[in-house]
Design a protein around this ligand. Structure first.
Ligand code: GCO
Length: 449
């Protein structure tokens, strides 16, 4: 069953056993559009996109994939593809568009319709509460650099969990807090565009605190739901055999991974970084952050190659020792194994889900089809690693591909296409790529095993 348009199901057999979940993911700001419809207010991303020079081609999520209007069609697409689950996020500023005001009924109604439609199609909704689109009114009060934002996030979590008490049984509190903290507050390449080291560490702590507080809210408002967090990262490899680069790689890994995993899984911060959090840390915070999770979601795309830089810092180098995707990211499936094995050595891990994995390539539509063989190869090689890990005894319960469809790729705008489904942004036509068909065929093999 292996030709270039197919994923080799024999090799992936451990993933075809009953109970393993296959899905596809999106995020609210990346697909919804309808940015000021039905009472939605600005998120930090709306504001960031309006500032010149932040986003390639001056793109924004104003229209995106127009999913806010096309959700029914998108659910049918998911259903035709045969996914078990759909991972999406809820826009906080659609549901709570004003500071200290009540729920926006119209905004919430959109998600209720979406969840109901998914359930009637037999698709399990995997709900992410925060995929980076903080309401702008909270940013104006300091956003994630402020403790109060964590409290506000817990209130939002409670509101959502109460609304979906009977319909949603899987929540992610926060998606990739590293990106929000470091891309958003140190490097300033993501919203809110701050460039300050102290702000990045303050944001990291308050995101984690918000996570822990939200877990507690979800436990009481949605006691039957699986609750967890989604973290990200690949292994950090030193750029040279020098001691300096080895130390730099360790530092990169502690910042990108251990800052978050130590806090959530051990209730402590890595020693080398604890000092940077100290001014925000209050008694009991780490107990809240380490509130038990039912699962850990991991997003994996590539590895980092790290070089020592001035004053004990590090820099990530572009590397093309392996073929690269359209993002310039190396295709390095072994990194998924390396990162999960190193987590397994360091912690007593809860069950795992691969909550994102995927690749951007410059796809071409030719006579109504997209023959994206590179993406099929990427999927096969990463799925093979997941299958091997399951064979070796890793408790990995699902694989969610990024992404259902091409969408707004943050600072890269619409220039990078990650979808299994192609989107024509002029007409909003969706075309299932060959990778989407291959993934669908793989999922349909489930029944045979
Ligand atoms: C992520 C992101 C996605 C990105 C994807 C590709 O969580 O990193 O969830 O929003 O689009 O990772 O960069």
């Amino acid at each position: 069953m292996s030709c270039e348009f197919e994923l080799d199901s024999a090799e992936l057999e451990p993933l075809l056993r009953p109970g393993f979940i296959f899905g596809m993911a999106t995020a609210a700001y990346q697909i919804e559009g309808a940015a000021s419809e039905d009472g939605r207010s600005d998120s930090v991303w709306d504001v960031f996109c309006r500032q010149r020079g932040n986003i390639r081609n001056g793109d924004s999520g104003d229209i995106a994939c127009d999913h806010y209007h096309r959700w029914q069609q998108d659910v049918s697409l998911l259903s035709d593809l045969g996914v078990d689950a759909y991972r999406f996020s809820i826009s906080w500023s659609r549901v709570l568009p004003e500071d200290s005001a009540g729920m926006n009924q119209k905004g919430m109604a959109f998600y209720c319709r979406l969840v109901d439609e998914l359930l009637s199609a037999g698709i399990r909704p995997l709900v992410t509460l925060h995929h980076w689109d903080l309401p702008q009114y909270l940013q104006e009060q300091g956003g994630w650099t402020q403790r109060r934002t964590a409290y506000r996030f817990a209130e939002f979590a409670e509101l959502v969990a109460t609304q979906f008490a009977k319909t949603v049984d899987f929540y992610t509190t926060i998606n990739e807090p590293w990106c929000v903290a470091f891309l958003g507050h140190r490097l300033g390449v993501h919203a809110p565009g701050i460039r300050q080291d102290a702000a990045a560490f303050a944001a990291a702590h308050h995101l984690l605190l918000g996570h822990g507080m939200a877990v507690r809210e979800l436990r009481s408002s949605a006691p039957h739901a699986e609750v967890g967090i989604v973290l990200n990262g690949g292994p950090s490899h030193p750029a040279s055999p020098s001691d300096e680069d080895a130390a730099a790689a360790l530092l990169a890994e502690s910042e990108q991974i251990h800052l978050f995993t130590d806090a959530v899984l051990l209730g402590e911060y890595p020693e080398a970084l604890a000092g940077k959090i100290a001014s925000c840390l209050q008694a009991g915070d780490l107990d809240v952050i380490a509130e038990r999770c039912d699962y850990l979601g991991w997003n994996y795309y590539t590895r980092n190659v790290v070089r020592a830089a001035a004053r004990g810092t590090f820099e990530l180098l572009p590397s093309n020792e392996f073929p690269v995707t359209d993002m310039g990211w190396e295709v390095y499936p072994e990194g998924l194994r390396e990162v999960l094995e190193s987590l397994d050595r360091r912690y007593d891990l809860p069950p795992l889900y691969v909550t994102e994995n995927g690749s951007a390539f410059p796809d071409a539509v030719v006579r109504g089809t997209v023959n994206d063989v590179d993406r099929i190869a990427y999927l096969q090689s990463h799925l093979r690693i997941v299958a091997d890990l399951v064979r070796e005894g890793f408790d990995i319960r699902g694989y969610i591909c990024w992404s259902l469809m091409d969408n707004f790729e943050w600072a890269e705008g619409y220039s990078k296409r990650f979808g299994l489904v192609h989107v024509d942004y002029e007409t909003q036509e969706r075309i299932v790529k060959d990778s989407g068909r291959a993934f669908a065929r793989l999922m349909s093999c489930k029944a045979d095993f």
